[in-house]
Design a protein around this ligand. Structure first.
Ligand code: ADP
Length: 244
C-alpha cells in the first residue's frame, strides 16, 4: 500500500461549535493506483487530503504512508516525510515566476540538497512534453504548460505518492485533458501513485477508482470509472440528499 488510514477522524473546534470533518474513515491506496476523491462541498475531501499528506493533524485514528505511520511522527520527521515521500500539485500551479521551467522542476530537490537523477528527470520531462520549454519562465507558458511543470516538479523526486488538489480547476477543458492524460501516463508508464481531489466527473474518469465522501464518511466507491458513470453516481447522491 502507498497510503492507508484506520479510523481516521478529524474534528475542528469543541463544544457546540465542534465539526466532525472526517468520521472514522478507512481508505487504502495501492502502489501505482490513481484514486479520485469526490463529494459535495464540505464533505471532507480537503481535510482527508491534508491529513493523508501530513499537512494537518488527525484527531483520532492512524495514517500510514508506505510503511511509515505518519500519525506517530513528530514535526521534524513529518517535515522530512513530506519532503522525501510526498509530491503536491495544486489548483494554482504555485510556480516561482523568476525561475525557468527546469529550475522550478528541480527546486524542491535543490532545497533538500538532493541531486536529481538525470535519467529519471529526462523521462519525466519527456512524459510531460516540456523539452522545448525548459528555459521559459512561467509567464511565457500557457496555463496547461505551467501545470505540466508543476506535475514534473511533483514527479522529479520520485515520491511515494502525489496529492493533486483540483489540478484541472484553473484550466480550460483542452489543457485539463492534457494534464489528466499526463497524470494517467505517469501512473501507467512510471508507476506513480496519485490521489486527486476533484469536482469534475471528466477528471475523475481518468482515475482507477473514485471514492465518494459525504459528511466525513466514505459512502461509495466506483472502480474503472468513466465520466458518465461518475456523473450517474453523483446524481443518485444528489437525489437521495433532496429526498431526505
Ligand atoms: P471539502 O473539501 O469536501 O469541501 P472540507 O474538508 O474543506 O470539505 O471541510 C469539511 C468540514 O470541515 C466542513 O464542514 C468544513 O466547514 C469544516 N472545516 C474545514 N476546515 C475547517 C477549519 N479550519 N475550522 C473549522 N472547520 C473546518
Amino acid at each position: 500500500m502507498a497510503a492507508r488510514t484506520q479510523g481516521l477522524t478529524k474534528a475542528y473546534g469543541s463544544g457546540e461549535t465542534r465539526v466532525v470533518a472526517l468520521d472514522a474513515v478507512e481508505v487504502a491506496v495501492g502502489r501505482g493506483e490513481f484514486v479520485a476523491i469526490m463529494g459535495p462541498s464540505g464533505s471532507g475531501k480537503s481535510t482527508l487530503m491534508h491529513c493523508l499528506a501530513g499537512l494537518d493533524t488527525a484527531t483520532g485514528g492512524q495514517i500510514w504512508i508506505g510503511e511509515t505511520e505518519l500519525t506517530r511522527l513528530k514535526d521534524k520527521h513529518l517535515t522530512q516525510l513530506r519532503r522525501d515521500k510526498i509530491g503536491f500539485i495544486f489548483q494554482a500551479f504555485n510556480l516561482l515566476p523568476t525561475l525557468t521551467a527546469l529550475e522550478n522542476i528541480t527546486l524542491p530537490m535543490d532545497i533538500a540538497g538532493r541531486r536529481p537523477e538525470a535519467e529519471w528527470l529526462n523521462e519525466v520531462i519527456d512524459t510531460v512534453g516540456l523539452r522545448e520549454r525548459l528555459g521559459h519562465r512561467p509567464s511565457e507558458l500557457s496555463g496547461g504548460q505551467q501545470q505540466r511543470v508543476a506535475c514534473a516538479r511533483a514527479l522529479a523526486s520520485r515520491p511515494e505518492i502525489i496529492f493533486a488538489d483540483e489540478p484541472t480547476g484553473n484550466l480550460d477543458s483542452r489543457a485539463g485533458a492534457e494534464v489528466l492524460g499526463f497524470l494517467r501516463r505517469s501512473v501507467d508508464d512510471l508507476g506513480q501513485t496519485i490521489v486527486m481531489v476533484t469536482h469534475d466527473p471528466v477528471a475523475a474518469g481518468h482515475a482507477d477508482r473514485v471514492v465518494f465522501l459525504a459528511d466525513g464518511r466514505i459512502v461509495d466507491e466506483l472502480a474503472d470509472p468513466i465520466a458518465d458513470s461518475v456523473l450517474d453516481r453523483m446524481r443518485r447522491f444528489d437525489g437521495a440528499g433532496r429526498r431526505s
